[in-house]
Design a protein around this ligand. Structure first.
Ligand code: F0G
Length: 457
């Protein structure tokens, strides 16, 4: 059979509330033209994030009932620890309430003034935790990763020469190197096994620990199976285990590839670092056998980490993103290619070239997606990352103006995606009608969350 179907039956459903165009115009206006301010109930298809939005399986829900809520030494912790150890091979498994809590602990230990932490591209929370510690977050994406129109297999790779040179010239001030798999801030693009292995080799040369930001490890492993020579005959679990085998530890947001709504962990091999991490954990998160989580959450994570490695699931997951991307490309819609693992990224610079970056072309598309079809997406461009020149006050745009449509796991079906595709194509065909926006309130930091706008008429 050529048709790839959703590899699950639906046992429990959540109704979608339908709104009219007129209602949505009012809702968006009331939200200050900021989609983060729209009540989720008023959204028809919510593609704001793939984080914490997964549908859990019946086995995960039964695990929730079975969770052991003992303060210390809960059975659910030992199950969670066993599953994570089997997958990652790391010696110490430290549960946290989500990914950024693991990052906070890691950089309380490795960060600090005068330090530099390289990565392919840091996710915002990783960067924020590094900078909060006084260190500098350094992005070293490979050349291909900077070109949204170039088709290549592993655009998430780190530039190995730049990494080597960077470490050479900052030798004693690079306490840790990271790789984010897949590279979320750069289009959800995968990192090859060769790139992971070579990163490890460089780190070993200088005796620097190497950590993975592993939120989307299963999607990355599946891309390796599809694209990297020598991996077609291996199982995704074996590939994931090999990826982890090159690292000294990882941070994990379980809200992605552990298929749960809340959770995370820090895992590592070094005994002294683990002791330090657990000492911080008891102050900020909780006792080492629950971290920031309930016993039931640990059960759901343990179950989810096994389910995510089901290759029928991954085939459907990656194919859904590819299918959506292909239909958009066929209609001439400019997107970042090739489609990544968890999201489609529209190229707003090409989609709405008549809107200059300072009037937020990506934001304009996001607003129109909501008005036209009740779809919620997120701008990753001048609203999120724009800066001002200190002397002239002129707006400095980021390299790319993107709109991310992230797919929650196991939540939407193919006809939901057909609806999204139809809406985007309709907006693209009338793109000259898109209008720019300006701030009516501009917050001092992370402005996309709380900003208010109005359309420029
Ligand atoms: N690392 C990456 C690559 C991420 O994408 C995220 C979260 C985190 C770390 C932090 O994890 O949210 O559990 O604290 N990304 C979400 C997103 C928020 O929408 O991309 P967290």
């Amino acid at each position: 059979m050529k048709t790839i179907i959703e590899p699950f039956k639906i046992k429990s459903v959540e109704p979608i509330k339908f709104t009219t165009r007129e209602e949505r115009i009012e809702i968006l206006k009331k939200a200050g033209y900021n989609p983060f301010m729209i009540p989720a109930e008023e959204v028809i298809i919510d593609l704001l994030t793939d984080s914490g939005t997964s549908a859990m399986s019946s086995k995960q829900w039964s695990g929730i009932m079975d969770g052991d809520e003992s303060y210390a030494g809960a059975r659910s912790y030992y199950r969670f620890e066993k599953v994570v150890k089997e997958l990652t091979g790391f010696k110490h498994i430290i549960p946290t309430h989500q990914g950024r809590a693991a990052e906070k602990i890691l950089f309380s230990i490795f960060g600090g003034n005068g330090k530099f932490i390289p990565n392919n591209t840091h996710f915002d929370t990783t960067r924020a935790n590094i900078e909060y510690s006084g260190a500098v977050a350094v992005d070293l994406p490979c050349k291909e990763g900077n070109d949204p129109d170039l088709i290549a297999d592993f655009k998430g790779n780190i530039d190995l020469n730049m990494l080597d040179n960077f470490i050479k010239s900052n030798k004693n001030n690079v306490p840790l190197v990271m790789l984010t798999i897949t590279n979320n801030s750069n289009g959800g693009q995968p990192v090859s096994m060769e790139n992971i292995r070579e990163t490890k080799r460089i780190c070993s040369q200088y005796n620097i620990p190497f950590f993975l930001d592993a939120c989307r490890f299963a999607e990355n492993a599946y891309f390796i199976k599809l694209r990297e020579p020598g991996y077609q005959g291996k199982s995704v679990r074996e590939i994931a285990q090999e990826m982890f085998s090159y690292a000294d530890g990882c941070t994990m947001s379980a809200k992605k590839d552990a298929l749960v709504n809340m959770g995370g962990f820090l895992a590592l091999n070094d005994d002294d670092i683990a002791l330090k991490a657990r000492n911080i954990l008891v102050v900020t998160e909780g006792f080492p056998t629950y971290g920031g989580l309930a016993g039931r959450d640990l059960e759901a994570i343990a179950q989810g980490l096994n389910e995510v490695l089901d290759e029928n699931y991954l085939k459907y997951r990656i194919r859904t993103v590819e299918y959506t991307g292909q239909k958009l490309i066929n209609s001439g819609v400019p997107i970042l290619v090739p489609p990544g693992g968890h999201a489609i990224y529209l190229n707003a610079k090409k989609f709405a070239p008549h809107i200059p970056p300072e009037n937020f072309p990506g934001h304009s598309i996001v607003c129109e997606l909501y008005i036209h079809a009740g779809i919620r997406a997120v701008e990753i461009g001048s609203v999120m990352f724009g800066k001002y020149d200190k002397e002239t006050g002129k707006h400095i745009p980021p390299k790319m103006e993107l709109v991310r449509l992230a797919l929650p796991r196991r939540v939407y079906t193919q006809s939901h995606m057909d609806y999204v595709i139809e809406a985007i194509i309709e907006i693209y065909n009338k793109r000259e009608n898109l209008k720019g926006y300006k701030f009516t309130y501009e917050p001092p930091i992370l402005r996309h969350f709380l900003a208010k706008f109005e359309p420029i008429v």
